[in-house]
Design a protein around this ligand. Structure first.
Ligand SMILES: CC(C)[C@H](C(=O)O)[C@@H](O)C(=O)O
Ligand code: SF4
Length: 474
């Protein structure tokens, strides 16, 4: 019987297989950041161990980094300690680090792909749930816990429990105003935040094949929000073009050999998935979340749902609780929900294409009175590219704040936070209670919806903006 993409990559990395034991996999790329690595390094120290493959290990600072005044000492003592600890650990163990202020610094899941470190067919791990992002390249990429981080640091291998396979096939073409973010939010609303549990999801179908690498990363990034162990997309010409010429991409004859191998990384026609979901791309529309988990979402054109409309008792209670926290009323049109903060950034939507699409909406327009809009590039390289294209000017002319790279307002581990009761339209991936700051309320959206919302002051899509264009600066 044929094998799926995930099974092929897995099989190519098994270094030990024994009856009744999890397979031991070789890990091709290990990414580190300040939050989940300190105890792992401590474990190595206590046991007198070294980092087995420093050449396959790379660290960046992202979660605790400020996005303003980055040349000043970090005010928050916890954040400062986290960053100092990472710096010491990397120096002691010989691990390559891109610290704050470095040209390659940024959110770990933006940095790996942009350096060409993430490649098709690899196993990629990081002590971070959104490691699933790297699956966009046809890599098997897992978020791992801190004890597993230690195991990989010491051995460059990891025992892995078997997985089930799920295909999510997106037929047809996405309508013009529908993005990868809308697609993945719709997928999670359909299968639920637990729908992917135990599965490695492969996204396939016409709509997926037509997506750019940035868009594919947005989709794979949020696989974890459906509970999946990983998300993958088969590598194709789009993938090869993206990787070609990047710092760590193979060159010359090595490149040709790599592409030959990468072309074999497709699910065989006779392979069988454990579960299949089919989605019609043509029926999708701009999507927003109304609740406190990423599965509580609906098309922007709809209204806040009535909890009573959910058949499942658990879903009903969760919706009631979510509406209370979010300060929303059943039946309220989503387009009428007022928003005071907009965040464009994160490993979901902090790449150059995301900034370009937000800027295209903002160009010649102004953010609404009283609106705070933060635009935070996912990495310094993204920032430099955006500046070269003049996007930073578009943002600042519109009244948005152009910040330094980092996780920023995606989560409350740095100074960029919501105050209690503030309501954000955010291009990030999690809308849990307090995620962006205690008492803060989060609506997950695409960069386009974020930008249109910033202009109108309520949840909106670019289609709502016709006529709202003024000369910049007026
Ligand atoms: C801090 C880190 C462990 C966490 C994760 O695993 O995802 C963070 O990146 C997040 O997005 O919540
Ligand atoms: S940007 Fe957000 S989701 Fe991504 S790694 Fe940072 S905190 Fe996690």
């Amino acid at each position: 019987m044929g094998r799926t993409l995930a099974e092929k990559v897995w099989d190519d990395h098994v270094v030990r297989r024994a009856e009744g034991e999890p397979d031991l996999l070789f890990i091709d790329l290990h990414l580190l950041h300040e939050v989940t690595s300190p105890q792992a390094f401590d474990g190595l120290r206590q046991n007198g161990r070294e980092v087995r493959r420093t050449d396959l290990t790379i660290a960046t600072e992202d979660h605790n980094t400020p996005t303003l005044d980055i040349d000043k000492p970090i005010a928050d003592p916890v954040s400062r300690t986290q960053l100092e600890t990472l710096r010491k650990n990397c120096a002691d163990f010989g691990v390559r680090l891109h610290p704050l202020g470095d040209d390659e610094q940024g959110v770990v899941h933006v940095v790996g792909p942009q350096l060409g470190l993430t490649q098709p067919g690899m196993t990629v791990v990081c002590g971070d749930s959104h490691t699933s992002t790297h699956g966009a390249f046809g890599a098997l990429a897992f978020g791992i816990g801190t004890s597993q981080v230690e195991h990989v640091l010491a051995t460059q291998t990891l025992p892995m429990a078997p997985f089930r396979t799920m295909a999510i096939t997106v037929d047809g073409e996405l309508p013009d105003d529908v993005t990868a973010k809308d697609l993945i939010l719709a997928v999670i609303a359909k299968i639920g935040t637990g729908g992917g549990q135990g599965y490695v999801i492969e996204y396939r179908g016409e709509a997926v094949e037509k997506l750019s690498m940035e868009a594919r990363m947005t989709i794979c990034n949020m696989s974890i929000e459906a509970g999946a162990r990983a998300g993958m997309i088969a590598p194709d010409a789009t993938t090869f073009e993206y990787v070609r010429g990047r710092d760590h991409a193979p060159r010359g004859a090595d490149w040709d050999a790599a592409v030959e191998y990468w072309k074999t990384l497709r699910t065989d026609d006779d392979a069988v998935f454990d579960h299949e979901v089919v989605i019609d791309a043509t029926e999708l529309a701009p999507f927003v979340t109304w609740g406190t988990n990423p599965g509580q979402g609906a098309p922007l054109s709809e209204s806040v749902p009535d909890p009573a409309s959910f058949e499942d008792e658990g879903a009903k209670l969760a919706a009631e609780k979510a509406l209370e926290y979010m300060g929303l009323t059943a039946g309220q049109p989503l387009r009428e929900v007022p928003v005071d903060t907009v965040f464009v950034g994160s490993c979901t939507n902090g790449r150059i294409e995301d900034l370009r699409s937000a800027a295209a909406v903002l160009e010649g327009r102004q953010v609404a009175d009283g609106m705070r809009m933060l635009v935070v590039p996912g990495s310094v390289r993204v920032a430099l590219q955006a500046v070269a294209e003049g996007l930073d000017k578009v943002f600042t002319a519109a009244g948005a704040e152009w910040r330094h790279a980092g996780c920023s307002m995606c989560l409350g581990m740095n100074p960029d936070q919501l105050k209690p009761g503030e309501r954000a339209a955010s291009t990030s991936n999690r809308n849990f209670e307090g995620r962006q700051g205690k008492g803060g309320r989060t609506h997950l959206v695409s960069p386009q919806v974020a930008a249109a919302t910033a202009v109108l002051g309520h949840l909106a899509s670019p289609a709502d903006l016709s006529g709202v264009r003024e000369p910049a600066g007026v």
